[in-house]
Ligand binder design. Structure first.
Ligand code: NAP
Length: 272
């Protein structure tokens, strides 16, 4: 008997959908679990993209495939609406679906308190604390590229290319292309500073390394300077960051889609 975990974002509207889907899955002969993903053959996530991203983080990027039921959000990752539940159960039982694999992004942040390792599906954002101009020495692989000045940079996966990256003018990437996109946030171009203004696309085997620059600060001030790292919207505020290395991870996230799912249809419906 296959086990299906059902997880929901505790928001009005999701509870009724969760109760409905659990009852239907049990009636269809599946073992149903709530909020427990270990050993599950499938994870049903109820909510929007935000709920899905938070679930990945909370359950540490499980290997089991996900299917999402959208409850009134944008729902880029969420394949089903409430009305599709019966059809999905029928097709899941018959094996009549496709799997969509997404590569994730990983980062290692060395800071005064140790090393923080992070994993994201959409992106990793590096920016300064508060509203001060942020200066970052940027390396691609082991080559110095430039001293960036602006609000910060985001390093987006193809999955995340349609999220914050797109709002910043970055390109939309078909998830079948394994790459990372480095997009500047409010880059400064003046007589004082020169920063790249468009997205940089990197192949899967090249990492981007970022070294926060402590311009005009003493050593003690530099050790107290904070850098903000946001991974899929979840923020850490780190003191005395010396180096952040970000690369495409081998770890993938799998979504189940109906057979007729087509990425560019979703782009057209939800973004354009
Ligand atoms: P949020 O601020 O509540 O939602 C951000 C919006 O982005 C929601 O409408 C969400 O969809 C949508 N979204 C998330 N991932 C997406 C994707 N891969 N493609 C298209 N749209 C997507 O934050 P959240 O719900 O916790 O999500 C965190 C994400 O917000 C971050 O990963 C970042 O990409 C994005 N963000 C965007 C901006 C911006 O566009 N200026 C600024 C900060 C963060 P749902 O409505 O279905 O949840």
């Amino acid at each position: 008997m296959r086990t299906i975990a059902v997880i929901e974002h505790k928001r009005p509207g999701s509870g009724k959908v969760a109760a409905d889907v659990k009852a239907k899955l049990a009636a269809a002969g599946f073992r149903v679990r709530e909020d427990e993903v270990a050993g599950a053959d499938l994870i049903v996530c109820i909510g929007g993209d935000g709920s899905f991203l938070h679930a990945l983080n909370r359950y540490d990027f499980p290997e089991a495939p996900f299917v999402g039921i959208n409850t009134g959000h944008l729902g880029f990752f969420q394949e089903l609406d409430e009305a599709d539940i019966d059809l999905f159960i029928e097709k899941y039982k018959a094996g009549d679906y496709q799997r969509q694999e997404y590569r994730t992004v990983e980062g290692t942040c060395e800071h005064a308190g140790g090393v923080l390792r992070v994993q994201g599906l959409n992106e990793i954002v590096v920016r300064g604390e508060g509203s001060r101009l942020c200066h970052l020495d940027i390396y691609i692989g082991d080559r110095f590229i430039e001293n960036f000045s602006g609000d910060g940079i985001i390093v987006a996966t193809p999955a995340g290319s349609t999220a914050y990256n797109y709002a910043l003018g970055g390109g939309i990437v078909d998830p079948r292309i394994p790459l990372l996109q480095v997009t500047p946030i409010a880059p400064v171009n003046s007589a004082a500073y020169r920063s790249f203004t468009s997205s940089i696309l990197l192949p899967p085997d090249l990492a981007v390394c970022v070294y926060p620059v402590s311009e005009g600060l003493t050593k003690a001030q530099a050790a107290r300077q904070k850098t903000r790292i946001a991974v899929d919207g979840i923020e850490s505020h780190l003191k005395g960051v010396t180096r952040i290395a970000i690369g495409l991870s081998e770890k993938t996230v799998t979504l189940l889609r109906f057979k007729d799912y087509y990425f560019w249809n979703t782009v057209k419906q939800k973004l354009l």
